[in-house]
Design a binder for this molecule. Structure first.
Ligand code: IPE
Ligand code: IPE
Ligand code: MG
Length: 244
């Protein structure tokens, strides 16, 4: 394998453990999220240095709305406050900001900050930072089903059109244009689950779990995950012999 192929193009991180990090220090959960936001900034730089082309960060899930009001409001306020501050360094480092998830349902201030940062960074080319906000893998797939059904209704023979759909046809309806297939999913914080993150791509993404709470995450940890990925053989259902 060439070194090019051994670096995952798209790394997705479930940044988990902010709350437990804070609790272990007798700090409010929101302080954990603040520290977590600092790491989210750092990890973009580390990913860029590692040669990763797209980094998606799970910042808020569709299920996270059910958390206590103060925590949800705190997280949204943090987003609206920090994003504009980070645009200058994103410009300097060539970071293009993209988003996945139902952005229209975010509070207006957060939406404005996000859209402004995406617009400003749209021409940057070094690395894509994909913020997954109000994101749920099931919801993403359901939205794809809805789009597909509406498309089918407009076909001359809807039943035949639906019957002829391929996996690739359907994937094109997921609203992930420009998003590379996820190669590696990293979860920090010790849990070993996907929690509704990139469900479609987790079909063949490599998984890596770290016990470290997200605010304590380091460049070395990211590198260890990338190195581990490089040693794996992705067979996609084939035999090892077939690949060689
Ligand atoms: C992840 O950290 C951040 C978000 C879900 C927004 P958590 O807040 O889930 O931290 P733990 O899992 O409670 O420690
Ligand atoms: C996943 O973490 C969501 C984010 C990191 C944004 P959660 O803490 O919400 O997941 P569960 O509840 O442990 O599955
Ligand atoms: Mg958690």
């Amino acid at each position: 394998m060439s070194s090019q192929q051994s670096v995952p193009a798209h790394v997705a991180i479930i940044m988990d453990g902010n709350g437990r990090w804070a609790k272990s220090r007798n700090l409010p959960r929101l302080e954990g999220h603040r520290r977590g936001a600092d790491r989210a900034r750092d990890v973009v730089e580390w990913a860029k240095d590692a040669g990763i082309k797209q980094l998606s960060l799970y910042a808020f899930s569709t299920e996270n709305w059910e958390r206590p009001d103060a925590e949800v409001r705190g997280l949204m306020a943090l987003l609206a406050l920090l994003l504009p501050r980070r645009v200058p360094e994103m410009m300097q480092e060539g970071v293009r900001l993209l988003a996945l998830g139902d952005i229209d349902a975010l509070p207006k201030r957060a939406q404005r900050a996000l859209r402004a940062a995406m617009e400003k960074t749209a021409a940057n080319k070094t690395i894509d930072l994909i913020l997954c906000l109000n994101y749920g893998g099931r919801q993403e797939i359901l939205a794809g089903v809805r789009r597909t059904l509406l498309w089918a209704l407009e076909q001359e023979d809807p039943k035949a059109a639906v019957a002829a759909l391929t996996v690739d046809d359907f994937a094109a309806q997921l609203g992930r244009d420009g998003v590379l297939p996820v190669d590696l999913i990293i979860r920090t914080g010790g849990e070993q689950r996907i929690s509704n993150f990139h469900l479609w791509d987790s079909a063949y993404a490599e998984l890596y779990f770290s016990p470290t709470y997200w605010p304590d995450y380091t460049r070395e940890e990211l590198q260890a995950a990338v190195d581990d990925y490089a040693r794996r053989e992705r067979r996609f259902g084939l035999t090892g012999e077939q690949l060689r």
